[in-house]
Design a protein around this ligand. Structure first.
Ligand code: ATP
Length: 721
């Protein structure tokens, strides 16, 4: 026993709180026409999740609430509760008793409660679907609907079977997945459209901003390279300047030293100058005297020559003239030679020779008788010779004196020259050092100018020279020429980019963020879409497999019940090609999210096999049936009831609510029906509205419904013996 109780309050004709207890088995509901029996059935159908007003025999949701009578005012709300015993754990909830409540007020607000916790209609439908209960199948068969299965479409028949097989829960899941898939598809399309719109604009913006983004890199490279370049240049200048300083000190020290040496050398030179010999004047006068003596000597010689010529002439008067001429000519040539001779010794020798020759000749003359004149001549000659000898002697003395004087002068000159050369050499050394010093000063100045130029460059590059100067020891060495070329190129690149438009950069950033967000969203949606498609396929397979495997068993049972009811023949259910889709319009009053979920198109056309409807193949004894429409009303009910019994024998639901299903049956079949439900009541509970005695007799509990003058239905429990 699962269904324990049904409670009604304000529902249709049940204004007062009415409780129907179901002890198990069959509960018969009896009563006069119009007393409210079918309203009980409506209540069950409504709480199972019925959404269509017409299936509840009303036009609108409000029709479910007690409308009031002349004696009773109308009510503001209707409420129906079903209470189940869940001690067996049949329902997958953690309660030993489960109560489902549905409530509606006149504002059309509908509420659902599962054990007092408010839930959605979708949850209720899902809850019952898992329990093989619902409004699409044969759980609740309304009055006059005993032939429901036969007169339904193949598709509706399939739904009925699926519901009772407990497959409806998967159909609901599938429909939900399909709805989500459709919405996901719509969202995918929307996102794609947005991406298509944003894409070209983003490309345009990126093209615009790419050069600015690259500018950052270029500026960084330029900045880094400039720093390294300037550091190298600074280091080069510092190293250059550092080199000069010690050399300048060396030069200055050397100059002090050399200048003092020069001073000493100057003093030495002065000393030498001061030691110049003082007898030069005497030497000069000696030379003058010598020239004087030489002139005198020349005059004497000439005089002597003339005298000798005279002597010879005088001697020739006694001598052979030819011999005299020879002697004179001989003397003449000797004297001539003597006049050119400057050597006094030679002159003296030659003069003695001349005297000897003259003496020889004169001796010859004396021999021949020398005259007085000749004697005078000879005396003069002797005098002259003696004078000449004196002069020659004097000249020799002079020469000796002169030689002494010139030796002193030469030694002075040598000393002077030496000192002078030392002074000059020192001056040259000093000049060399001065010139090097000047060159260093010049180079220093050159480096200073380079430094000034570099400082200007550094400041123009917007850098701080003090920062650059720090840590010059460990800088990366660069090829200055290459670095200058690269800096020039990078500066040109930076200059060519132009000004950054911050607004455009921001727009590009925002657009890219949005594009990435949409791309991620698209990927998520596509994944969700794939997951949903997979889920739908899996559900299809599950439904298809469960349905196919059950259909055989159902047919076995159907054929059995068919033969039982028709006394033979044959009945078979088979899969049919699906009919074109039927548009189902939602009920306004009961529309909500769950309703949408349930009303989506069920299957794709291509899934023919999976959504195929159910058709009937019947062979009735002694009759030739061409179509179901040929069956009589009773036959249609018998076939439908045979199907119902086949279904509940394969998959019994917790309960069934049947409203005068037996009405169309003849007496024999009514008894058979009563026996069968008695049989099935061991597995499923039955709530049966009936006027039939056999059915009443098979009931375990009987409720009598009455309606008195106040127009309110009342329920009486009738004890059966
Ligand atoms: P029958 O045996 O002829 O089928 P029944 O016992 O099944 O009759 P119901 O159809 O359940 O009778 O009840 C119909 C009665 O319920 C009517 O008298 C009708 O006035 C009453 N009724 C239906 N809806 C409401 C409502 N909203 N408020 C009050 N009474 C209502």
């Amino acid at each position: 026993m699962l269904l324990k109780r049904l409670e009604l309050v304000g529902f249709k004709s049940f204004a007062d709180k009415t409780i129907l207890e179901f002890p198990g088995g069959i509960a018969g509901i009896v009563g006069p026409n119009g007393s409210g029996k079918s309203n009980v059935l409506d209540a069950v159908r409504w709480i199972l999740g019925e959404r269509e007003a017409k299936n509840l025999r009303g036009d609108k949701a409000e029709d479910l609430i007690f409308a009031g009578t002349q004696k009773r005012p109308r009510m503001g709300m209707a409420q129906v509760s079903l209470i189940f015993d869940n001690s067996s754990g049949f329902f997958p909830v953690d309660f030993s008793e489960v109560s489902i409540v549905r409530r509606i007020d006149r504002d059309g607000i509908s509420q659902y409660f599962l054990n007092k916790a408010e839930v959605r209609l979708k949850d209720i439908i899902d809850f019952f679907a898992k329990a093989r209960l619902g409004t699409h199948g044969l759980t609740v068969i309304n009055q006059g609907e005993s032939d429901l299965f036969v007169k339904s479409t193949p598709k509706e028949r399939r739904e009925m079977i699926e519901e009772i097989l407990g497959l409806r829960q998967y159909q609901i899941k599938k429909q939900e997945a399909q709805r989500k898939l459709k919405n996901t598809g719509i969202n995918i399309d929307k996102v794609r459209v947005m991406l298509d719109e944003i894409g070209p604009h983003l490309r345009f913006l990126k093209k615009q901003t790419a050069k600015w983004e690259k500018l950052g890199e270029t500026e960084k490279e330029l900045n880094d390279l400039e720093s390294v370049y300037f550091k190298n240049k600074l280091k080069e200048i510092f190293v250059g300047l550092e080199k000069f300083s010690p050399r300048l000190k060396e030069i200055d020290t050397a100059l002090v030293h050399k200048n003092s040496e020069l001073k000493v050398l100057h003093e030495q030179l002065s000393k030498v100058e001061n030691s110049r010999p003082s007898n030069k004047a005497q030497l000069d006068s000696l030379q003058l005297k010598r020239e004087e003596l030489l002139n005198k000597k020349s005059v004497l010689e000439k005089e002597l020559g003339r005298l000798e010529v005279k002597i010879e002439f005088s001697s020739n008067t006694e001598v052979d003239p030819k011999k005299a001429i020879v002697v004179l000519n001989d003397l003449k040539s000797v004297i001539k030679n003597l006049s050119e001779e400057s050597d006094l010794i030679k002159i003296k020798t030659v003069l003695n020779e001349i005297f000897s020759k003259i003496d020889n000749f004169l001796q010859f003359g004396n021999e021949a008788g020398v005259s007085k004149e000749l004697a005078e001549f000879k005396a003069s000659k002797d005098k002259l010779s003696s004078q000449l000898s004196e002069i020659i002697k004097e000249l020799e003395n002079l020469k000796k004196m002169e030689f002494g004087f010139s030796a002193d002068l030469e030694s002075f000159n040598s000393e002077f020259r030496k000192s002078f050369q030392l002074v000059e050499a020192k001056k040259d050394e000093i000049a060399g050092l001065e010139s090097e010093k000047n060159r260093i000063h010049f180079d220093t100045e050159r480096f200073n100018l380079r430094m000034q130029d570099l400082e200007t460059q550094i400041s123009q590059a917007g850098k701080n020279i003090n920062e650059l100067k720090a840590g010059l020891e460990n800088i990366e060495a660069v090829n200055i020429f290459e670095a200058e070329r690269r800096i020039f190129k990078l500066r040109a690149e930076v200059a060519s980019v132009g000004e950054i438009d911050q607004a455009l950069l921001n727009e590009a950033k925002e657009t890219e963020t949005r594009f990435n967000f949409l791309s991620t969203q698209l990927a998520d949606l596509e994944k969700a879409s794939n997951d949903l498609s997979t889920l739908i396929k899996d559900l299809d397979i599950k439904i298809h497999n469960d349905f196919s495997s059950s259909l055989g068993k159902i047919n076995e049972e159907f054929n059995k019940f068919f033969q039982l009811m028709f006394g033979g023949g044959k009945g078979k259910l088979y899969l049919e090609k699906p009919e074109p889709k039927k548009q189902v319009l939602p009920d306004e009053g009961l529309a909500d999210e769950a309703q949408q979920a349930v009303k989506e198109p069920e299957a794709d056309e291509e899934d023919d096999e999976l959504s195929a409807g159910i058709d009937l193949e019947l062979v009735i004894p002694r009759k030739k049936i061409k179509g179901l429409e040929m069956l009589s009303g009773g036959e249609k009910s018998l076939v439908s009831i045979a199907v119902l019994f086949a279904l509940i024998s394969v998959s019994p639901p917790p309960f069934l609510v049947l409203d005068e299903v037996d009405a169309a049956l003849d007496e024999k079949n009514t008894r058979r029906f009563a026996e069968l439900i008695k049989d099935f009541s061991k597995k499923s509970q039955f709530i049966i509205v009936t006027h039939n005695r056999s059915t009443m007799e098979s009931s375990d509990v009987l409720y009598g419904v009455t309606m008195e003058e106040d127009g309110v239905s009342k329920v009486l429990s009738i004890k059966l013996d």
